[in-house]
Design a protein around this ligand. Sequence first.
Ligand code: FAD
Length: 580
Amino acid sequence: MSPKRVLVVGGVAGGASCAARLRRLDEQAEIVVFEKGPYPSFANCGLPYYVGDIISDEAQLLVATPDLFRTRFNIEVRPEQEVLRIHRGEKRIEVKDLRSGSVYQEAYDALVLSPGALPVRPALPGGELAGVFTVRTIPDSRAIRAWIDEVHAKKAVIVGGGFIGLEMAENLACRGLKVAIVEMCDQVMPPLDREMAEYVYVHLMDNHVSVHLGDAVARFEGSEGHVTSVVTQSGARLQADVVILSVGVKPETRLAQDAGLEIGSRGGIRVDESMRTSDPCIWAVGDAVEVRDVVTGEFCLVPLAGPANRQGRIAAAAICGRPARFRGVQATAVCGAFGLTVATTGVSEKRLLQAKNTNYEAVYLHPTDHANYYPGAKTMHLKLIFRRSDGLVLGAQAVGEQGVERRIDVISFAIQRGSTVFDLEEAELCYAPQFGSAKDPVNLAGMIAANVLRGDLSFARWSDLPNGDAFLLDVPEEKEFRRGSIDGAINIPLGQLRQRLCALPRDRSIWVNCGVGQRSYYAVRVLRQNGFAAQNLSGGYNTWGVWYPDGLPSAKSEIKQAGQNGVPPLPGQAARSAES
Ligand code: FAD
């Protein structure tokens, strides 16, 4: 039997990973990779840092060269070769050599598509002006670097406040540019729930990034053919020497569509669990495909490098006749911006609500990344979402300066393995004072959630506050209480609670609050065991600050007063008042 001939379209994350794995599984196969760009296997994820000059040597972005593929793996990689068409009947592809312009044909036994996704470029007036960029390739980032130098750029506008937008904001600021972000949603980092994104917003403002939420670009204005400003739908005019469009990507499905392969409801190539398309001889991986979400079971598009690489390996195994199954995605992602880490896994609360799924609970906590007594501990903000009926972990989001990604990784794996909050409570994680706590934030999240499900922790959500008529009890010390509290709350410090129970009503719900929700939990235990209908306000004032960044209507005056007295305002207040 003659060796199998496998052709791969796209030579970066999914394609390169598939080709290399194929070789390890089949020494005889003939493997050819076609890449329309000049570089196969480059580090797309490093591009923002190349713009920011944190990676200053472009060669560092080249993970593997065609030479290395040939010598190490006996794989032929052909850069600047665009695959134009798939002739499924004859099992061949049509390829254009972008250097010479000639078109040729290649036959395959198996074909792998990993063409990635295209950055969305909204059709806006002025979008063609020089200085308006998207970031996908090394030449894109090289062009941005050159443009910044050429025009001595001082001001940048980033359109879109998602992962790439934030990374570009940081890197352009690193280059000394004044950065503004325009984001159509009412929050940055749309995968996060709004209140968690508030921490990121505040941090951006603290780092002198001006963030325009709930506003969209109407047009770009220019002079002498290059961009000079961005005009938003609200009428704001932001000066810009350079504009970065980072409003998302769409799967590159042209080849697949033209070949009549099945395209799914989300617009990606439809594949089965072994990454095989509707044609038994064609596999597809990476940003171009839609795959099942582990949590919701729905098809989704998750343009991330990890899934693309894993799918490449699975397609290779399937092509070699091995049993291989892609488990699905959870959109586990992390992003750094100005020293803050933002990470998420699984489903968000807003997605559950969109799907009209109300069988869930969400708890907030604000632990430190390592033992408080060891120098340098930093607070992180963590939200855990779990199924009310059985405690299945559904999602988590975390924001903080240190240790965030480790916790989200643990929870991500818990989700993938179908774990519950009771598993998180019991998870054995490494600990020494400089790395964590004997009760790790992941354990704490599990404990809080498990307490809720066992009925040991009755809790209220800050979102319920405007509608409830509960008695509001604050249990921090008096001096903390004086710094600011919500209107109507009365203060009984935790240490005095047992002596002052007679001051509390027995015929009303009592919502108990403190700085982060820990002392109030202790208070709730005291109160409930004394017959009171007490509930803990999850996450305490820290979470309140992000739920109500502008203050509750009735609480505004008090907060203002707190700030005027020279007392530090509550979380979220600082940046908002700086903005106004
Ligand atoms: P790609 O890696 O994009 O490769 C597709 C290749 O196919 C392209 O090089 C393209 O030229 C080629 N191609 C397309 N059509 C043809 C054709 N007809 N013929 C020949 N070649 C073709 N993900 C993370 O998980 N973490 C990050 O930090 C992160 N940061 C990112 C930062 C930036 C700026 C960008 C752009 C992406 C980032 N990503 C990140 C996303 C990640 O890079 C992608 O999810 C991943 O590269 C997808 O792999 P892929 O193989 O599907 O597509």
